[in-house]
Design a protein around this ligand. Structure first.
Ligand code: SF4
Ligand code: MG
Length: 285
């Protein structure tokens, strides 16, 4: 399929931040020498969700908010693939938020890229869960702070399309984490919507690059939470690699490996009918 699939024509508006994400991802796949047949990109619903049409790898357009369980299923079915899930803040932090927190807990070796623009671009500019403009009546969600507080999270970062060199470095590091089967790599990218929420200049004032802070310990969850919360309270937004640690993974728990993929396990009814009959007999006794 990857031989015959021709990437589609990009539909994003001029200046949309998602161009930077697509370009950084392609560069990072190249840096890792990943061939199209070794990679699968799954996407959620929204402007950002069309990204999988533009990469020549295997691809899948998931249901709204359901990209993470779908990607986890792909990683279990064929662990030899490098699995990348991508979507927006509306898709991932509203309808998909329940899946996000449980994916932190489950820690599967998949890379999740959320393009955060604080709006629902595809449906013409409604406020999303990260919309600062609605803070007078609802407070915005910070998915990285949420991820930091969930034991089991193992790699958390925030990039910005206005800082492309750092964005490629973060993608390289996130892909490395999942390719080494160390668990879930979560990268939020600030990716402004030029049509409905054009806030490029404000991010340059707000972002604090933790990669440039030598005193910051990215391996210490407790101090990372404290420092992160202090920056938020002072009106800043942390960027760079926020946390990197070791936690048991989905692959540890399930035993699926490239040599023992779920797709090749015998799940036929005839194999399990005896056990099923035992359960049924227990209820009828
Ligand atoms: Fe990008 Fe916004 Fe246009 Fe969607 S509406 S393509 S998010 S600029
Ligand atoms: Mg959005």
């Amino acid at each position: 399929m990857t031989d015959t699939y021709t990437p589609g024509e990009i539909i994003w508006c001029s200046g949309c931040g998602h161009f930077g994400v697509e370009s950084a991802l392609k560069q990072s796949l190249k840096n890792h020498s990943l061939e199209p047949h070794e990679t699968m990109v799954l996407a959620g619903i929204g402007c950002s969700g069309t990204i999988q049409n533009y990469i020549g790898s295997y691809g899948y357009h998931s249901l709204h908010g359901r990209v993470l369980p779908t990607a986890t299923g792909v990683a279990a079915a064929n662990p030899a693939l490098t699995v990348i899930a991508a979507g927006g803040d509306g898709d991932g932090y509203a309808i998909g938020c329940g899946h996000l927190m449980h994916t932190f807990r489950r820690n599967p070796s998949i890379f999740y890229i959320v393009m955060n623009n604080g709006t629902y671009g595809l449906t013409k500019g409604q406020p999303s869960p990260t919309a600062v403009s609605r803070a007078d009546h609802e407070h915005e969600l910070d998915a990285l702070l949420m991820g930091l507080t969930i034991s089991g999270s193992s790699w958390l970062a925030r990039g910005y399309v206005g800082h492309m060199e750092q964005l490629v470095e973060l993608m390289d590091a996130g892909l490395k984490h999942v390719r080494e089967k160390r668990g879930f790599a979560f990268l939020e990218v600030i990716s402004p919507c030029t049509t409905f929420n054009d806030n490029y200049p404000s991010w340059r004032e707000i972002l604090v690059n933790l990669d440039a802070d030598e005193s910051y310990d990215k391996g210490n969850r407790a101090t990372a939470i404290g420092h992160y919360a202090e920056l938020i309270a002072s009106g800043k937004t942390p960027s760079g690699l926020i946390y990197e640690g070791n936690a048991s993974t989905f692959e540890d728990a399930t035993g699926v490996t490239a040599d023992n993929p779920a797709a090749l396990q015998n799940l036929t009814v005839s194999k399990h009918i005896g056990k099923f009959q035992e359960y049924m007999d227990a209820y009828t006794m």
